[in-house]
Design a protein. Structure first.
Length: 276
């Protein structure tokens, strides 16, 4: 089954999940996969007009419990036929996906699509590091197999002839331990109080002594936030940490105050969830 995949994936986890879902839907029927990586460039008026026969997979990361505004901007020109099937996918850093899928649901319905399936997949958190691992290494093989299975189930639903719309709000987060939630809420309140009294801007730091000026960070940055001298423009940075993860010299780091509480309180592995 031919499909179109649209994704915003700065650190690549969402891209892997999107491709695996598409592989499951395809089942070797197509010679190649149709996809558009919108991480760095938005859709145009022309590219946003979708073949009315194609189901479209929308994949976004979760930022603060929501669909990122930048992802909405990248997808803004997409237009469906009014009844065009959509598959909604949110990838999140093992804490919670919260409102991201309902955000995406409203977004695609306004543009002529009907959600027929939705899923949330844990992926390595942007703030994950060796000292503060948060879903490190995900999606792993098990996640990708689950994504392919999800794709196969979508294929079966669409081939049934009259696929029904899903209520995305029925898909709920996997519960975290109560103590972990209390700890995290307490941290957030303390952080907000500190920011209210003494605001501080957190952006990736550069170790000039280690930087080899390869330019990979500038190439991967989705917002062009890295200047010619490899410093970071705080006004443009979305803290996706793609530059940190791609740096071959370990010259870029991001010391988010959220990293430790996320690592300590959300270490238990969460599973992919979906609704069809």
């Amino acid at each position: 089954m031919k499909s179109l995949s649209l994704y915003f994936s700065p650190t690549g986890g969402g891209e892997k999940i999107a491709r695996a879902i598409q592989n499951g839907m395809d089942a070797n029927d197509c010679d190649y996969l149709y996809y558009l990586n919108l991480t760095k460039e938005p859709l145009t008026e022309l590219s946003g007009k979708c073949d009315s026969e194609l189901p479209v997979i929308f994949t976004v990361p979760v930022y603060g419990g929501h669909m990122p505004k930048i992802a909405a901007a990248r997808f803004d020109k997409v237009r469906g036929s009014g009844r065009q099937p959509a598959i909604l996918v949110a990838v999140y850093g093992n804490r919670a996906f919260e409102n991201a899928l309902t955000d995406l649901d409203a977004f695609v319905r306004e543009r002529g699509f009907v959600p027929v399936a939705a899923a949330a997949f844990p992926c390595e958190h942007s703030y994950s590091s060796e000292s503060t691992p948060i879903a490190a290494g995900r999606p792993d093989d098990a996640d990708l197999k689950s994504a392919e299975e999800f794709g196969r189930l979508i294929r079966e639903k669409l081939q049934s002839g009259n696929p029904t719309s899903v209520n995305t709000s029925d898909l709920k987060d996997e519960e975290s331990p109560e103590t972990s939630l209390k700890n995290f809420v307490s941290f957030v309140k303390e952080y907000q109080a500190r920011q209210a009294s003494t605001p501080k801007v957190y952006i990736p730091a550069l170790d000039s002594d280690r930087c080899v000026e390869c330019g990979e960070c500038r190439q991967i940055c989705p917002t062009g936030a890295i200047r010619e001298d490899f410093s970071t423009d705080a006004a443009l940075c979305i803290k996706c940490c793609a530059c940190v993860k791609v740096c071959p010299a370990g010259a870029r780091t991001f010391q988010s105050p959220f990293a430790i509480p996320l690592s300590e309180n959300f270490a238990d592995r969460k599973s992919p969830r979906w609704i069809l």
